[in-house]
Design a protein around this ligand. Sequence first.
Ligand SMILES: Nc1ncnc2c1ncn2[C@@H]1O[C@H](COP(=O)(O)OP(=O)(O)OP(=O)(O)O)[C@@H](O)[C@H]1O
Length: 624
Amino acid sequence: MAEEKREFQAEVAKLLEIVVHSLYSNKEIFLRELVSNASDACDKLRYAAQTEPHLAEGDGEYKIRLTVDTAAGTLTIADNGIGMNRDDLVANLGTIAKSGTAEFMSRLSGDQSKDMALIGQFGVGFYSAFMVADKVRVVTRKAGEQHGWAWESDGKGSFTIAPAEGAARGASITLTMRDDAKEFLEAHRLTSIIKRYSDHIAIPVILAEGDGGGEGDKTINSASALWTRSKSDISTEQYKEFYHHVAHAFDEPFLTIHYKAEGAIEYTGLLFVPGSKPFDLFSPERKNHLKLYVKRVFITDQAEGLLPPYLRFLRGIVDSQDLPLNVSREMLQHNPVLAKIKTGLVKRVLSELKKKAEDDQAAYLTFWEEFGPVLKEGIYEDFERKAEILALSRFRSTATDGWTSLAEAVARMKDGQEALYFATGDSVESLKKSPQLEGFLAKGIEVLLLTDPIDEFWVPAVGEFEGKALKAVTEGGLDLGKIKGDDKADADRPAPADSGDLDLLIAGLKLSLGDAVKDVKASERLTSSAVCLVIEEGQMSMHLEKLLKAHRQLDREQPRVLEINPRHPLIKSLAAAIKAKGREGIDDQAWLLYDQARIVEGEAPTDPVAFARRLAQVMEHGLA
Ligand SMILES: Nc1ncnc2c1ncn2[C@@H]1O[C@H](COP(=O)(O)OP(=O)(O)OP(=O)(O)O)[C@@H](O)[C@H]1O
């Protein structure tokens, strides 16, 4: 087969453009990316050779070799890992196959440091070679295959692929350095970059000196897996570089958890809570990203059973002593050892988070803001740990501008208050203004303001905290009268409508609204609003109904209860009017009240045209 020329996928071409033209501030990271790829390729072969030893072709001493040719102005990074065949080359070095590419592209801001962090998360990986090279040539042969291939590109829209006979197993990447990147041909510069970014790589990174014949080769990294070293020998900087390597992240880890579990099950965990949200945190697969090793051999980064989905923000590795080396990925699915490791990891991570919450509240809150909505999934999904996760959870509330724990909210409960109250909605600001809260605010009774979609699920599932029921303020029939609040307002509240008149009005409204409402009731919860909508106990919350409708998972809406404020001047006049004049005009009034309550809930009036007509009439009357 002769040489073939192909175009890069459009996204790659765009990415290359950005890489070449705007990301020159931190060029040296190209080496980290290529060494990281080489190390992954060796890990992959080591794993494959466990079950198919012939793949190693008698060479199981994995290493990465850097060779400089000053005369030619090239740097070559060669590994004896798994290598690539022709199809792999086209797929891996011609496209960005990962899901979410389009979204990623749209998030690039043009601001170098931000883009760099994003690209780091996404993994520009191999393409970073074009930050320093005019031309990149990859010569590779896949383990177990006979023919080698050469891939070459100047990064300007296309690449070529041609057969390369005699290629060694693995991949050898030769960069022809740009004029402004000649510094990366100097041994001391290369050595310091490797020490800085790649010291934790578990296989030797060798700098070939002299003519490349092997004489004077020098291993320039520590070449032992970082997590096997003792904690006291690892600097914060080294942990951070390792985190950048495993997580493909550029930020500071929020928490580093490194420990060795001994006893019935032995494993080492080196886990990181990232400083900021990884871009795929809310993708529907809810995959975890921990890398599983067995006795230092990389097995997989897709061991589903290793971590519950609510801890999927963690990054890092787990190295087990107890799993067999030839464990297949399928065998991992219902593996009892893995299940025990998982229990251990969850316990450890939650206790470290607890410690952080106790020792450094402010820092803990930054974690909570990033990952709280994910951790809360555990309240719903992990029955055994729900109390622990609830205790770690923080909430917005009417009692404070910041965050509160449930324990703090319990401590603030008023005399006679038996439940913790909450409201669910899209934002704290809009919740604070909702009419259902008026009575609570007037009495100084705290209401927790829940704005994450997950809140709709765990609250009903949990139902209580330390014996205190969790009650939605939107539920009908709440009797605030029993609670001793800051009731100075009570004395100066206007008198309610005459109860006989009020009964007439309620009956009239019910007749007009028919099936649109479940009931009409007088309520003490309102202070400044005339009406509001609530649900009956056990009914789906209005906010959840809205979420489901937005996702087209619900097409009907359930009728609600219209609560009216017997002390409101409008209600009082309406009650008096119905007594004096009977039902005349009441239909329009009833629908206006009901639609107004809907609008406050962020919903459209039942019949917008009729609503507009009624409103116009009222205005006309007002002006007449
Ligand atoms: N030295 C290598 N040997 C074998 N395969 C390689 C090598 N370098 C890259 N690849 C292949 O090319 C793919 C793309 O590499 P690239 O660095 O662009 O992304 P990645 O490594 O998958 O992502 P990330 O950088 O986020 O880890 C890799 O997943 C791997 O399959």
